[in-house]
Design a protein around this ligand. Structure first.
Ligand SMILES: Cc1cc2nc3c(=O)[nH]c(=O)nc-3n(C[C@H](O)[C@H](O)[C@H](O)COP(=O)(O)OP(=O)(O)OC[C@H]3O[C@@H](n4cnc5c(N)ncnc54)[C@H](O)[C@@H]3O)c2cc1C
Length: 230
């Protein structure tokens, strides 16, 4: 199955949080570089332009016909290789994308690079070469730390992504966007996982309406017994 995108690809909403967090960390660190990395079909730059307009320094876009129908592991291999190429010491991703949403790419990147994976971060702090996150849990959060380099996945809604200003949009047009192929990364890929079908969610069955003519209680009890709830 090939991914066909009729409309222009845009910055995934969940990635806007990652970009915002990266920009805040860079500002707090006094001017670190924020480099956007995107694997996208057809040299698509629309998504990274939004991140550049928000304030990122530059971008790398990897496109290759051999990536058509790429699975999550292939995507992670490409992104891990690009992260190494740009000399990243902190990779920030969203917890899951809003199209493929396997939620596996950040941990796979970390495994391929042999870097620690700090996942489900609702807050990140950098102290020297230590990254510290608040990892969202059902009951609150864990504080998790690792030495850089590391991969952090951030949950949506943790910060308010900034709107690109007019000046930001104009300056994004001249920011560097490096276009790479698999050969540039020295990679060849074998796509082994395929989405073989896409099914609609089962429609919810219409409920049964019981009108109370004085015997509704019995009717409801009988119904609940019939579906083995009682
Ligand atoms: C049927 C199908 C066809 C596809 N066809 C193509 C294709 O033709 N060309 C192509 O380039 N890709 C293609 N892909 C790859 C797809 O666009 C995703 O990038 C890939 O499947 C990653 O899995 P995910 O979305 O489940 O990632 P998740 O694990 O849910 O993503 C978590 C986070 O990882 C980061 N991330 C994930 N993917 C990317 C990415 N591509 N670039 C930058 N950051 C990323 C984001 O921060 C994201 O929020 C295809 C995927 C599928 C399922």
């Amino acid at each position: 199955m090939r991914l066909t995108r009729g409309a222009k690809a845009i910055l995934d909403d969940s990635d806007a949080y990652g970009v915002e967090i990266a920009l805040r960390l860079a500002e707090a660190a006094g001017g670190a570089e924020v480099i956007l990395v995107s694997m996208a079909p057809n040299q698509e730059v629309q998504g990274v332009r939004t991140g550049l307009a928000m304030g990122a320094t530059s971008a790398v876009v990897i496109s290759d016909p051999a990536l058509a129908g790429a699975d999550a592991l292939t995507t992670a291999k490409v992104l891990a290789s690009a992260a190494q190429r740009v000399g990243a010491d902190l990779v920030i991703a969203a917890t899951e994308s809003t199209d493929g949403y396997t939620g596996t790419v950040p941990a796979q990147i970390a495994a391929l690079l042999e870097w620690p994976a700090l996942t489900f971060a609702k807050q990140i702090e950098l102290r020297g070469t230590t990254v510290s996150i608040q990892r969202q849990t059902e009951d609150g959060y864990d504080v998790v730390e690792a030495d850089l380099p590391a991969v952090v996945s951030v949950t949506a809604g943790v910060v308010e992504p900034r709107y690109p200003s007019f000046k930001g949009i104009m300056s994004a047009k001249s920011k560097p966007v490096e276009q790479l192929t698999l050969a540039d990364l020295g990679l060849s890929v074998e796509i082994r996982e395929q989405v073989v079908a896409v099914e609609d969610a089962e429609a919810r069955a219409a409920g049964q309406i019981v009108e109370d003519d004085g015997s509704a209680e019995t009717e409801i009890i009988n119904y609940l017994a019939q579906i083995k709830v009682l």
